[in-house]
Design a protein around this ligand. Structure first.
Ligand code: ADP
Length: 631
């Protein structure tokens, strides 16, 4: 081959191969053939073309050539074998040249393997997408931006009970009319459809009822290609049974609400009607009791007692009815649990004494048992628990009242009794109204409303109730209420020691680094407790030295001193023989229930929070001194 021709051949971007039509062997090839087939040009020359071209069509072609049927021109797809054995898909052009009487086939070859792979991949993805579209439970309709039908799946025609040929015309108005014809309110759907078409980027959903009674949920989103909207996808879902269930639920809810309203109205009406004659029964019962004598007086007293019981019952029923009707108004304030417990215990003491039951209030050692509650309702709830603990107790039994922390947000008031207890299987019904349980129900007075009311009130106050019980051993019922963050308290009861005269002078030691606080307590004591002598120390070490030296009757210990935390100083005071027995009240700015609880568990005699509530603090100091027998 002349050099120019060879250069031209090698400069060509495609693979070029020349084949002798008689021997069917390769007679020339360019450099591109080397990189396409992995053979050197020398290796290719003389090699039968059948070694390279392996597609069935190629074999037939060379067979024809061998038989003398020379084709002039062809552009076909073929399959080549690389020297490594791998197959290459090519697009080739075959030309028959006549050069000075001798014939030569020239093949120019282009590798299309990658393009073919892409094409196969695209075909696979397309069929996968089509299969996915067909597998959804939703009927899918795709339109262009003008609303012209582009595509829909089989489920779509199935839902709308149309044949694909009927619908698939692509003529938007006619196709859409086929849907509109089946709707109970076509104008509404048309309006929604047109509105969406006018807003290419927006999404929307609606429901449409068909004339045959079915209901479809429809959602539409823009179809986007590279962020640009190119059409819309509508998905249709049959929600007929969902709608039916929803309608049933709404009807059931409305019926329940109506029934509950009717019940509440009835109860409230009845309660009011009952109160009027009770007024006369109670009033005249009282008059008779005062006028009569002896056995008759006792009988009149019975009428009065029974009337009072009936009135209590009516009041509870009325409360329950107003809670259920959402009409109960609570007067939420900061309420001191200690005061509440004191008042309630006083109220139920005659009941307990009548059955020889001991009421024991566990020492309530802080001024911070303050809850966010309705004071009157809280008393009602506490009395419910206390009177149950007495009612369902044995003669000579015991009732204990304690307050503990429930996490950092709530105080828990617990009433424990040594009574008959409650079986596990009954405990779930306790807090339901009118549920009285156990064989004693007939003998012990009650209507089964108290606990239900207590629970409802606690929930209304963002609290809760709970219980634990063991049959034959006793029960523990509790109310949890959120602790009040505000320091505005109800007025504190007059302090115990106001009138008490000390037998001997009482000495208090106040360990506090803040001199203003020291001065404040000094001034308060001078005015309100002149009989108390106050010593002060500004550090833990100085406080401990003073305590050893003077053996005060009570120590007030600030929890954050410059030379140590209160807990450490308290521990040291407990370890030393001279100071071990002195009661210590903690003073701290931390009013978290858990901090108070920890201090009480550690053995402090009390816990006062800063800023000090003067009267409450004095009452606590008095009660600790009283308990120690010092006043
Ligand atoms: P009542 O006491 O008026 O029946 P409650 O709602 O206060 O209604 O109590 C419901 C039921 O729970 C009572 O009938 C009683 O069977 C049971 N119960 C409540 N408190 C106790 C308790 N401390 N010990 C044993 N059983 C109790």
């Amino acid at each position: 081959m002349n050099p120019l021709a060879e250069h031209l051949l090698n400069a060509c971007a495609e693979t070029v191969i020349a084949v002798d039509p008689c021997s069917l062997a390769i007679v020339a090839a360019n450099r591109q053939a080397e990189s396409l087939l992995g053979y050197s040009v020398q290796d290719l020359i003389g090699r039968p073309i059948a070694d390279i071209e392996v597609g069935l069509q190629d074999l037939f072609f060379w067979d024809e050539v061998k038989n003398g049927n020379l084709d002039e021109y062809q552009s076909v797809e073929g399959e080549y074998r690389h020297q490594s054995g791998s197959l290459i898909v090519v697009q080739k052009t075959v030309r028959l040249l006549n050069i000075d009487g001798s014939r030569l086939y020239v093949l120019s070859v282009h590798d299309t393997t990658a393009a073919k792979q892409l094409e196969d991949e695209t075909a696979r993805t397309t069929s996968l997408l089509a299969a996915t579209l067909e597998s959804t439970v939703d009927g899918i309709l795709v339109t262009n931006l003008a609303g012209g039908i582009q595509h829909f799946n089989h489920r779509f025609t199935e839902l709308w009970q149309l044949s694909a040929s009927q619908f698939g015309t692509g003529e938007e108005p006619r196709a859409l009319n086929l849907l509109l014809d089946k709707l109970a309110d076509p104008a509404n759907f048309r309006e929604w459809f047109d509105h969406l078409l006018s807003q290419a980027q927006s999404e929307g959903s609606t429901e449409c009822r068909l004339l045959d009674g079915r209901v479809f949920g429809v959602a539409s989103r823009p179809q986007r290609l590279r962020e640009r909207p190119i059409g819309r996808v509508f998905s249709f879902h049959d929600i007929t049974s969902l709608k039916a269930t929803e309608a049933q639920l709404i009807a059931a809810r409305d019926a329940a609400q109506a029934a509950s309203r009717a019940k509440s109205e009835f109860l409230s009406h009845m309660s009011h009607e009952l109160r009027t004659p009770l007024n006369a029964i109670l009033g005249f019962g009282k008059v008779l009791e005062e006028e009569l004598l002896g056995a008759q007086q006792a009988k009149a007293a019975h009428i009065g007692k029974a009337g009072q019981h009936l009135l209590d019952l009516i009041n509870e029923v009325l409360d329950l009815a107003s809670i259920e009707a959402g009409k109960l108004r609570l007067d939420m304030r900061s309420v001191d649990l200690v005061n509440t417990i004191r008042d309630c215990v006083a109220l139920v003491t005659p009941l307990a004494e009548a059955r020889n039951i001991a009421l024991h209030v566990k020492p309530l050692l802080t001024d911070r048992f303050v809850v966010h509650a309705d004071a009157r309702r809280l008393k009602q709830m506490t009395i419910n628990l206390l009177s149950n603990a007495i009612k369902y107790n044995h003669e000579g039994g015991r009732v204990e009242i304690a307050v503990t922390a429930s996490g950092d947000t709530h105080w828990r008031l617990t009433v424990l009794d040594t009574g008959i207890g409650i079986a596990d299987e009954d405990s779930a019904q306790l807090f339901e109204s009118f549920n009285r349980i156990g064989s004693h129900a007939a003998e012990i007075e009650g209507a089964g409303i108290g606990l239900a009311l207590t629970r409802k009130l606690a929930l209304l106050m963002q609290g809760n109730v709970g219980m634990q019980s063991e049959i034959g051993i006793g029960s523990r019922f509790w109310i949890e209420l959120p602790c009040a963050r505000s320091s505005a308290l109800e007025p504190v009861k007059p302090a115990v020691a106001e009138l008490a005269k000390p037998n001997e002078p009482v000495t208090l030691l106040y360990i506090e680094d803040d001199t203003l606080s020291q001065k404040l307590l000094g001034a308060v004591l001078t005015r309100k407790r002149p009989q108390y002598k106050l010593l002060t120390a500004s550090s833990g070490a100085a406080g401990m030295a003073l305590a050893r030296e003077n053996k005060p009757d009570l120590i007030l210990l600030d929890q954050h001193l410059p030379d140590g935390i209160g807990a450490e100083i308290f521990k040291t005071l407990r370890l030393q023989a001279e100071t071990r027995a002195i009661p210590v009240i903690a003073l701290s700015g931390n009013a978290e229930p858990s901090a108070i609880q920890d201090a009480i568990v550690a053995g402090y005699a009390g816990y006062l929070t800063k800023p000090l509530q003067i009267d409450a603090a004095l009452a606590h100091i008095d009660s600790v001194l009283l308990e120690s027998g010092l006043i």
